[in-house]
Design a protein around this ligand. Structure first.
Ligand code: HEM
Length: 517
């Protein structure tokens, strides 16, 4: 409703409309006529006729039961008929691009009056633009697609590629040359891993776990092997369309037969002249239902080899139902005697393991960035809920047990953030080779730690929200989604225990032979 056209009422006038057949209520200074809506109200009509609600200021009871966004939906916003004389609304929706004022809802480098050795003003400017973009372009799409399971629309993908978010999700590198990043805020040669971490964090703030993956995570992990190991002709054929969001890529490694034990894979490629003939299956392949290309791990006579397989005769994909939304496009793939040109071999025949392993650090680090951002959002949701929810006449925060949970959640996310920033700083200063040598172990340990804290935080948040954390709509919908999907961070890009073990094994390799107590 246009504020200029708002009619003004006194609380006494509103109070006269307090019966079935004529019921008004006040929420945050706004007057709503809910007479006709009462019979359609999802919470029932009786609750609107109750004492203290009908004809009264029901702000507190309303916010104990609904998210603010309910009032912003056009079908409910139009129930507003005016405002209370002399009062102004105080509860406002977030403005796209703005930071949250809830403590710990933002990493400290974004809070005014705090300092960071890692982030510059350029990172801050970049973050502001990214938040606005994701809030305006991706959030509405995320809500819609997570619910209906449909893939992200081409229109949104086109907008992502206009500001080169698809290319930036791959990290710094040659592929950014000549591109205008986020409207030119950062020069391609100055784009670093902190900028990239901002993209992951801001994407995660507005998206469910499934949408984070649905927004071309398959490409983020499936394209680097092509960029790093493909022939110039193959790169020219595939990369421009992929970064423009015109073609989709999936990384097809895992099978029902083998996951972390890549050596046990059964998809086989046999040479036939200038072609490989590929037969086998792949499972849990993110974006597989809509991918045009599959960066595929195959068994060959001389060992494990990675091939780029184009969708075509012999390739079929079907959705795999998982705990998160099918917007992620998780697929079961069948390759039935698929003929793949030998020129589509990525790296040397038999050297597929190094092609795949070189990709893992970045993928795991990306999962960490996303998980920490989601955990921070959970902290924000819990702080808001525990403050606004009244129990036994007092806010939930008056309970020591709730405050203790909040303390654990905040400490975990802050610990994760600080470790992530220190690893990211190393990545900025190391060559790709050095990163593989020195950071594979720490990134494995970091991911194990972060996915564990994620699930602990999901448990704590569920206790704080109670039954509301068990429903997919309403007050606890983020908590329900996070609780249901935080396990993906513990499995995707390497199972938690395997990564912890990797970290320790890498450390043991570097133990000095003469180290003694
Ligand atoms: C303009 C006023 C209102 C609108 C547009 C509205 C709308 C809604 C909607 C859409 C829901 C479904 C749950 C959700 O999506 O969050 C809901 C549930 C509910 N509403 Fe309202 N409501 C209004 C006022 C009130 C008031 C004043 C009360 C006071 C008692 C109330 C009590 C409830 C209850 C008890 C539920 C069920 C909550 C649950 O299942 O957890 N509503 N309302």
């Amino acid at each position: 409703m246009n504020s200029q056209a708002l009619k003004e009422f006194t609380l006494e006038e509103v109070a006269r409309h307090n019966t079935e057949g004529d019921v008004w209520i006040v929420i945050d200074s706004k007057v709503y006529d809910v007479t006709k809506f009462a019979n359609l109200h999802p919470g029932g009509s009786n609750v609107l006729y109750a004492d203290g609600v009908a004809g009264r200021d029901a702000t507190q009871v309303f916010f104990g039961l609904h998210r603010h966004e309910v009032l912003l939906k056009p079908q409910y916003a139009r129930l507003q008929i005016g405002k209370i004389q002399g009062q102004e609304e105080s509860i406002k929706p977030p403005v796209p691009g703005e930071l949250s004022k809830v403590p710990y809802a933002e990493p400290s480098w974004l809070n005014s009056g705090y300092y960071s050795p890692y982030y510059s003003d350029n990172h801050r400017k970049f973050q502001k633009a990214a938040r606005k973009f994701f809030m305006e372009v991706v959030k509405p799409e995320s809500d819609r697609c997570d619910a209906n399971g449909q893939r992200i629309s081409q229109e949104v993908v086109d907008k992502l590629s206009e500001v080169n978010i698809i290319a930036m999700r791959l990290g710094p590198g040659k592929h950014l040359q000549g591109r205008s990043l986020m409207g030119g805020i950062v020069k391609p040669e100055e784009f670093d891993y902190f900028h990239e971490s901002i993209i992951h964090a801001e994407l995660t703030r507005v998206s469910s776990r499934a949408v984070v993956d649905g927004l071309l995570a398959g490409l983020v992990i499936g394209l680097p092997p092509i960029l790093n190991y493909g022939s110039p002709e193959l790169i020219a054929k595939v990369v421009p369309d992929a970064l423009a969001g015109k073609k989709y890529i999936a990384l097809a490694i895992t099978e029902a037969f083998a996951g972390s034990d890549v050596g046990g894979l059964q998809t086989t490629a046999v040479r036939d002249g200038d072609y490989w003939v590929v037969t086998g299956t792949k499972k849990w392949i993110t974006n597989g239902t809509f991918a045009d290309y599959f960066t595929t791990g195959c068994k060959t006579e001389s060992g494990f080899t990675v091939l780029l397989i184009e969708r075509g005769p012999g390739v079929s994909t079907k959705p795999v139902k998982t705990a998160y939304s099918s917007v992620a496009g998780t697929a079961y793939i069948t390759f039935d005697k698929v003929r793949v040109p030998v020129s589509h071999t990525l790296g040397k025949v038999g050297s597929g393991m190094s092609v795949i392993l070189s990709n893992f650090n970045h993928e795991r680090w990306m999962v960490v960035c996303c998980s920490i951002s989601a955990q921070r959002l959970v902290v924000e949701e819990c702080l808001k809920w525990a403050t606004q929810r009244m129990v036994f006449g007092k806010p939930l925060t008056s309970q020591a047990v709730i405050r203790a949970k909040l303390a654990s959640m905040i400490s975990r996310v802050e610990a994760c953030q600080n470790w992530l920033e220190s690893v990211t700083f190393q990545m900025n200063n190391m060559s790709y080779k050095e990163t593989s040598d020195k950071l594979a172990g720490p990134i494995g340990l970091l991911k194990q730690f972060v996915s564990r804290t994620g699930r602990e935080t999901a448990e704590d948040a569920t206790q704080i929200f109670g039954g509301r954390a068990l429903t997919t709509t309403g007050m606890g919908k983020f908590i329900e989604n996070y609780h249901r999907t935080s396990g993906f961070d513990a499995i995707l890009a390497g199972a938690e225990d395997v990564l912890g073990d990797l970290g320790v094994r890498q450390a043991l390799k570097k133990m000095p032979r003469n180290a003694r107590l």
